[in-house]
Design a protein around this ligand. Structure first.
Ligand code: HEC
Ligand code: HEC
Length: 396
């Protein structure tokens, strides 16, 4: 009903309805339509970047990872719609086969030539798309809970994000497995048929099959319906993202409105980074404040009244009251022998081991405790992976 009449006359039973731009010859038939080919190669690129950044670039490459992951999400929306309204070779209905037929293909009981997806290739397609969809979802949950960013930041705890992160990593290995199966299957089929199947995903053309091949049904692509559904879904997604933009994350609050924040900044941020209250627990802060006259070799003592107000602020906002990644990771890991030094925290030490020496030697950092030199959001207590910028002079 959405197809212009002029197109229907070009219908042939043998060829799928959406003609690739290249003309078909006696020896070749069009199979993969242009949108499906573009989708395929864009997905290859987006998944490669997401896997590369996810496995090797974290936490610093988080923003690139999110960009590529977001592209995967948009591509999946397209493929979902195209699988319902696209031409025959791209339709889910032609790729879907019963488990028995998949098994037959696997056991080589079914050796037919398929113009579109054979039953096994169809199963791998669904597996891959499903895994990628789950990766997008667990990625959003992990981002919202652990990093306190993205559309779910206001509603998720760090622990939930952490669990989703574990699942996200597991699924990523699943995707690698599915890609290996896909490539392996492609290679075996190509050798078996003596046909360059990857090239078919570039040109869209496949060799005209012999008699007995499983051909594709004549299905008309419903382009207009597809375009409308795609735009509607992307707009809906965009509206959802926009509606959550700037909502306060659940795990942290701004100290800016605290009446004593300015005092805290002035007294405790003059000699070094303003260590965020979430970095130490209440009793550790109490100890710091009680020993200011002998503070890491310096006299940092204060008059009783401001000292009391700062102590109250630190206790009120100590480690136990925050649900950020830093607060959760540092919690319970403080070295009892040095309860006042964040840089003695076991988790901290483990994550900065490679950096300590270079940081000490660097004129831009000078001390590993100079969090601000590398973490652009240290003063807010966020320590987001995307806000780490180690000065060149301090790179090990
Ligand atoms: C007179 C300078 C001075 C003032 C003022 C000062 N500090 Fe310090 N502080 C130091 C020095 C020096 C160190 C140890 C070297 C370093 O880590 O930079 C230190 C270290 C620390 C550390 C441990 C950091 C680590 O290495 O893990 C904490 C926590 C801390 N200070 C909190 C405070 C608080 C809270 C205040 C405000 C009440 C304060 N400091 C005021 C000089 C000062
Ligand atoms: C010389 C640069 C440098 C300094 C100084 C530094 N960090 Fe880091 N920090 C890094 C780098 C690089 C990473 C990423 C390490 C990793 O996990 O692979 C990191 C990771 C972290 C993380 C985990 C972030 C994440 O998303 O995985 C936290 C939390 C953190 N640092 C807190 C601190 C605190 C608190 C201080 C000060 C006491 C500090 N850092 C000082 C460079 C620095």
């Amino acid at each position: 009903m959405f197809v212009a009449p002029r197109r229907s006359q070009a219908r042939q039973v043998r060829t799928p309805s959406d003609q690739p731009s290249a003309p078909s010859s006696d020896t070749e038939v069009p199979v993969w339509d242009l949108p499906t080919r573009l989708f395929h190669w864009a997905l290859v690129l987006a998944v490669s970047v997401t896997l590369g950044t996810g496995l090797f670039g974290m936490p610093q490459r988080l923003n690139l990872h999110l960009l590529a992951g977001g592209s995967v999400a948009v591509l999946l929306v397209f493929r979902l719609i195209w699988g319902l309204v696209g031409p025959a070779a791209s339709r889910f209905s032609t790729a879907l086969a019963s488990p028995r037929r998949v098994l037959d293909r696997l056991r080589r009981a079914d050796t037919a030539t398929y113009l579109g997806h054979n039953p096994l290739a169809g199963a791998v397609l669904f597996g891959l798309l499903g895994l990628l969809g789950l990766l997008v979802v667990t990625g959003l949950v992990s981002l919202g809970g652990e990093e306190q960013r993205g559309p779910l930041a206001a509603s998720l705890s760090w622990t939930t994000g952490r669990r989703a992160h574990g699942l996200h990593e597991l699924l990523a290995w699943g995707v690698i497995g599915a890609v290996v199966l896909h490539l392996g299957g492609m290679l075996i089929e190509s050798l078996h048929l003596r046909e360059n199947l990857p090239a078919a995903m570039v040109t869209g053309l496949r060799r005209r099959p012999d008699a007995g091949a499983v051909e594709l049904p004549a299905l008309r692509p419903r382009r207009t319906l597809g375009a409308v559904a795609f735009v509607a879904l992307v707009l809906l997604g965009g509206a959802w993202l926009a509606s959550t933009w700037g909502t306060a994350p659940s795990g942290w609050s701004s100290l800016d409105e605290h009446p004593d924040q300015a005092l805290f900044e002035a007294e405790c941020g003059s000699c070094h980074t303003l260590y965020h209250p979430s970095l130490l627990a209440a009793d550790e802060w109490t100890l710091v404040m009680q020993t200011l006259d002998e503070h890491f070799g310096e006299d940092a003592s204060l008059m009783p009244e401001p000292a009391e107000r700062i102590t109250a602020l630190l206790i009120e906002h100590g480690n136990g009251t925050w649900d950020t990644e830093a607060a959760n990771e540092l919690r319970g890991q403080q070295d009892p022998a040095e309860p006042m030094a964040v840089t003695s925290n076991r988790w901290w030490a483990e994550h900065h081991r490679d950096l300590e020496e270079a940081a000490l030697a660097s004129p831009d950092v000078r001390s590993p405790g100079n969090c601000e030199a590398c973490h652009l959001d240290a003063v807010q207590g966020r320590f987001g992976g995307h806000r780490i910028d180690v000065p060149r002079s301090a790179q090990p």
